[in-house]
Write a protein that binds this ligand. Structure first.
Ligand code: SF4
Length: 329
């Protein structure tokens, strides 16, 4: 919903200011049309239906996996692709993976989005409309900014969206922003004092390999990024999640687990999340189960808390950028 346009439209029609709040409240509860907004006058509902699209995004296609994961490829008014994913878990959690940009200016070698054309930042409304798209089909409770783009490069819009997501059931405590280590953004998140979770995509325990996988590491090297994370933990007292995508023969060796464990101090500041790799068309392959289990044991035996992410939606190309890259091919 273009909230500025909504306010302008209501003002032009001489409607009281609280109408915008009424419309938003309906959207946040999952309304899929103005017709459902029964506390608005019927003439206003009809006028809005004619004049104001319910969403800033249009659905191009949706893919559904047998595990309940749904991935949507949406388009902005300018035709730029945006991906959003709904993941359902056995314990009932319904978690969204949201995009903050269309494409991404960074070029991580394992990522399909990094190989697409960068089309720019999304507005707060375009971020919220990803969530509202899925809200129309049920309740939501968690969100991660782990879709297309680097959220810390578009932090104003991301934080603006985060102020409204609680209305959809997604509190700040249940929201995570995942970054490749964009230090100015990490510092601003720390200063915001919001209880949003910080997740760092680390993926390699030393600079040379990390720079090869994620060129942003040349700008913000590992030691400085980890210092920013420690400072964030000291201020906001939230555990920083370390995301580590498991790549066969690249970053999954025992010595690399030992090196990673050495980096993560104090222990209580960090928790590692090992991510089985969703193969894209890059030359990289995911680590096997045994390699992931061994890496996990090496970390745990050194006192590092570890989880292994459940794989969701593999058969529908659920890794970030894969659906849009497929559509462009
Ligand atoms: S992993 Fe994230 S930061 Fe890196 S290219 Fe992909 S979207 Fe951009």
């Amino acid at each position: 919903m273009d909230r500025d346009l909504l306010r302008e439209t209501l003002e032009r029609r001489g409607e009281p200011r609280y109408r915008a709040g009424q419309v938003w409240a309906w959207l946040a509860r999952g309304a899929g049309s103005y017709a459902e907004m029964t506390d608005l006058p019927a003439t206003l509902r009809d006028a809005l239906e004619r004049e104001l699209p319910l969403s800033t995004l249009e659905l191009e296609r949706e893919a559904r996996a047998s595990d309940g994961t749904v991935k949507a490829l949406l388009r902005t008014a300018r035709g730029n692709p945006v991906e959003a994913v709904l993941m359902r878990y056995r314990d009932g959690r319904r978690s969204l993976c949201l995009s903050s940009q269309s494409g991404c200016p960074l070029t991580c070698s394992f990522c399909a989005t990094g190989r697409m054309r960068f089309a720019g930042n999304l507005s707060a409304d375009e971020i919220l409309d990803q969530a509202l798209h899925f809200r129309r089909n049920g309740e939501l409770d968690h969100a991660v900014f782990m879709g297309m783009g680097e959220p810390m490069m578009n932090l104003d819009a991301v934080l603006e969206a985060c102020t409204l997501l609680p209305g959809l059931g997604i509190t700040n405590r249940r929201t995570a922003i995942s970054t490749v280590g964009w230090i100015p953004g990490i510092e601003r998140l720390s200063a915001s004092g919001l209880p949003i979770r910080l997740a760092l995509s680390l993926h390699a325990p030393e600079d040379e390999l990390r720079s090869a996988l994620m060129p942003v590491n040349d700008r913000y090297p590992l030691a400085e990024v980890l210092d920013a994370c420690r400072a964030d933990h000291a201020i906001r007292r939230r555990t920083v999640f370390i995301e580590y995508v498991m790549l066969a023969g690249v970053n999954d060796r025992f010595e690399q687990a030992v090196a990673l464990a050495r980096l993560l101090s104090p222990r209580e500041a960090f928790k590692v999340n090992l991510i089985p790799y969703n193969p894209t068309d890059s030359h990289l392959q995911g680590s096997g189960r045994d390699a992931i289990a061994g890496f996990r044991t090496a970390l745990e035996s050194r006192g590092v808390p570890v989880t292994v992410r459940l794989t969701r939606g593999r058969e529908i190309a659920a890794a970030c950028g894969q659906l849009a890259a497929g559509a462009a091919a």
